[in-house]
Design a protein around this ligand. Structure first.
Ligand code: ADP
Ligand code: MG
Ligand code: MG
Length: 204
């Protein structure tokens, strides 16, 4: 796949659609091991991000990602806003001057996003956070040439499901200690929707 501004905007539109239709589910997941606002946070943030990017003419993919970052940082309260904001800001910086954005560029962008989020949230893989989805996806994109969209989606989905067995050591769920086990992490689930949306754009 090569990503131009149309595909970047389509990614955000599809991600928003998935988040809006799974808003209640994200709320339930966060009610179980957090404070119950992840559905609201994500739906508000992506609604605004989508409105912004679909109503703007862009010259570069980097500019699309930069606007998404700005909106997410200002509209999403809680842990996930600054983290997703950082992800899109790092992706924007990585694809600056790349037109179109190639698969290799996108792999670099996702890796930069992962590193930025790890730094921002001080979380490593295995702490039951969205990092647990971004990490294997970054590895998958890095290792693959001619990435298959289905495999991308599968990688993210498996990683999301695997957070169920983890005891949280970062974020609000960490307060529950052992009782955080048995629940899928909300942020890993919203990250799965993000990569499911990317896979969808990839197929077209
Ligand atoms: P809050 O926890 O502040 O209410 P949200 O509910 O919107 O914010 O987001 C919660 C999600 O954020 C968690 O499910 C987890 O995936 C992610 N998260 C929380 N803390 C961290 C962290 N330090 N590093 C990475 N991700 C984190
Ligand atoms: Mg929450
Ligand atoms: Mg909160």
């Amino acid at each position: 796949m090569e990503m131009k501004t149309e595909q970047a905007v389509a990614w955000i539109e599809k991600a928003n659609a998935l988040i809006q239709s799974n808003k209640e589910y994200l709320t339930e997941l966060d009610q179980a091991i957090g404070d119950g606002d992840h559905g609201l946070n994500m739906s508000r943030g992506f609604q605004e991000a989508e409105a912004k990017v679909s109503g703007t003419d862009y010259d570069t993919v980097a500019d699309v990602f930069k606007d998404v970052a700005t909106v997410l940082m200002s509209k999403i309260g809680g842990a996930s806003g600054p983290l997703y904001g950082t992800a899109f800001l790092k992706m924007s910086m990585t694809v600056k001057d790349k037109d179109p954005v190639t698969e290799a560029n996108l792999a670099d962008a996702v890796e930069a996003a992962l590193n930025g989020m790890k730094q921002r949230g001080k979380a490593e893989q295995g702490e039951k956070t969205m990092i647990d989805v971004w990490h294997p996806v970054a590895d998958f994109l890095k290792n693959g040439q001619n990435v298959q969209a289905d495999k991308l989606e599968e990688t993210a989905e498996r990683a999301m499901n695997e957070t169920k067995d983890i005891v949280a050591t970062k974020g609000r769920a960490a307060y529950l200690q052992e009782r955080s086990k048995g629940h899928v992490d909300p942020g890993s689930t919203s990250s799965f929707y993000l990569f499911q949306a990317l896979a969808d754009v990839w197929k077209k």
